[in-house]
Design a protein around this ligand. Sequence first.
Ligand SMILES: Nc1ncnc2c1ncn2[C@@H]1O[C@H](COP(=O)(O)OP(=O)(O)O)[C@@H](O)[C@H]1O
Ligand SMILES: [Mg+2]
Length: 151
Amino acid sequence: MRREHVLPTPEDTWTLGRELAAVLGPGDLVVLVGPLGAGKTALTQGIGAGLGVRDPVTSPTFVIARVHRDGRVPLVHVDAYRLGSVADVDDLDLGASTADSVTVVEWGEGLVEQLADEHLVVRLDRRDDDVRTVELVPHGPSWNSRLDGAA
Ligand SMILES: Nc1ncnc2c1ncn2[C@@H]1O[C@H](COP(=O)(O)OP(=O)(O)O)[C@@H](O)[C@H]1O
Ligand SMILES: [Mg+2]
């Protein structure tokens, strides 16, 4: 899987999420970085689709986190925008542990990296022409090989 992507449409963002989901499994942590409107929630919707989640994946801004249990792995979707710290997402009492779930965190940079031994940072940006750019930044030994092995 390429480390850098140029995504002209929302569907492209969704498709990238689906592709990422193919390499995600229990215990994985994905940290989404980028300004408001960059496509963090859209990417999470694609990840959800790739995991087989059928309920709507929407912005969790007002609830901090949601768990979608109807896919092949539980998807924990966190919006850390108004959290000063996340000592442990398990403290949010979601009824799903990060060890058993795929955890995707919007606005989580600097807050949640310690939740897992390794994690994938996804840097999203919005160009002046509205096209989104995405950079996948692996943190930890397995992520490079996982991305290299993915289509
Ligand atoms: N690649 C893209 N090109 C154009 N618009 C996009 C793209 N990806 C997402 N969008 C749109 O950008 C808007 C904001 O996306 P959203 O995922 O809510 O951003 P964020 O969660 O980062 O604030 C949505 O209307 C979404 O459809
Ligand atoms: Mg969002």
